[in-house]
Ligand binder design. Structure first.
Ligand code: HMG
Ligand code: MG
Length: 298
């Protein structure tokens, strides 16, 4: 029943670093991307084309994208909330763009300054333009179990957002637990709601580990046949509009889980741990990956 192979998207350079207070040099971000691809990651979320007033850390998007030595077979994805962002991204030839909506109205307002319905109106021309250029399109769905402003989010809200995403032609959606409050049954309910509109091959999981539930939630999603997940090397990150939210589940921890169950990822765990050690050292703080800590302590 469990998938034999899983694809992991490392969102560390984007989701992981977007909330860092200290500016991280573009050269370090580029180096991190290189280390991730050398470790076997085939999809990396590199940066976002958002307002530098809102998220200063991503202001070097062009420099980072232009500085990467691309490796064949690796997909480089970027966040584009509107046409302005999409047009800025085009010069950097992303393989995939990500529009990002929320299942909760309050989070949509705080994160992208518009209602859910307005966000879909903004995304529609971005999706159409990307498709016209042969660029893949993913839709991130924030707050599919809980919202920092509204509390618990019912599956009906996820159903609503997934339907809207489908309606504007988004090909793939990510079910995100932005603040990491989900537990397996609630996360499964969010996937069930998404499956009303998308097949299992068009859906991925995006779990933040704030409450330590992300590995359990990953297993809960695997049991439903989900085989694509976002994770962040060294467990970097947090969303600037979700106070107290920690990073995504550490990629190292997910790889350890998967390999331990005999599920192939194509990732070299030791090389990944080295990449996590590199960025943690650059940030001057210990890794958030439990697996990396245990392995490095040996
Ligand atoms: P707005 O203020 O509503 O936009 O912001 P606007 O169209 O009214 O424009 C206002 C100003 O922003 C103008 O500049 C525009 O040019 C500029 P000014 O004239 O004042 O100098 N602007 C832009 N600049 C650069 N790139 C753009 C862009 N668009 C407008 N694309 C906007 C709307 C979405 C831009 C703003 O709210 C924003 O940047 N928000 C940041 C959103 C963000 O990056 N959040 C974090 C990522 S989402 C996330 O982490 C969740 C996820 O991981 C899944 C999960 O865990 O839940 C994906
Ligand atoms: Mg996130």
């Amino acid at each position: 029943k469990l998938p034999a192979r899983v694809k992991l998207v490392d969102v560390g350079p984007r989701d992981g670093l977007q909330n860092e207070k200290q500016p991280v040099p573009a050269a370090v971000k580029i180096d991190l991307v290189h280390r991730l691809q050398a470790a076997g990651l085939t999809e990396i979320e590199v940066t976002s084309y958002v307002s530098p007033k809102w998220v200063p850390q991503m202001a070097d998007n062009h420099e980072v994208m232009q500085g990467i030595q691309r490796r064949a077979g690796v997909r480089y994805s970027v966040l584009t909330p509107n046409l302005k962002g999409f047009e800025a991204a085009l010069a950097d030839r992303p393989d995939e763009i990500v529009v990002f909506g929320a299942a909760s109205e309050a989070f949509s307002q705080k994160n992208i300054n518009c209602s859910i319905a307005e966000s879909i109106e903004r995304f529609a021309p971005v999706v159409a333009a990307a498709k016209a250029k042969g660029i893949a399109v993913r839709g991130a769905m924030s707050c599919t179990v809980g919202c920092p402003y509204e509390g618990e989010v019912p599956p009906s809200r996820v159903d609503y957002l997934a339907g809207l995403m489908k309606g504007i032609g988004v090909e793939h959606v990510g079910v995100a637990d932005t603040i990491g409050v989900g537990t397996p049954k609630k996360v499964q309910a969010a996937f069930e709601a998404t499956f009303k509109h998308y097949g299992v091959d068009q859906v991925s999981g995006h779990f933040h580990d704030t409450y330590g539930q992300a590995v359990g939630n990953t297993l809960a999603a695997l049991e439903m046949g989900v085989w694509q997940f976002d994770a962040s090397v060294a467990g970097l990150g947090g969303c600037p509009y979700a106070k107290g939210a920690t990073g995504n589940v550490a990629t190292e921890d997910v790889v350890y889980l998967l390999h331990g169950m005999g599920i192939d990822t194509g990732i070299d765990l030791d090389a990944l741990i080295d990449a996590g050690a590199y960025i943690s050292q650059q940030l001057g703080r210990p890794t958030n990956s439990r697996v990396a800590r245990a392995v490095l302590a040996k």
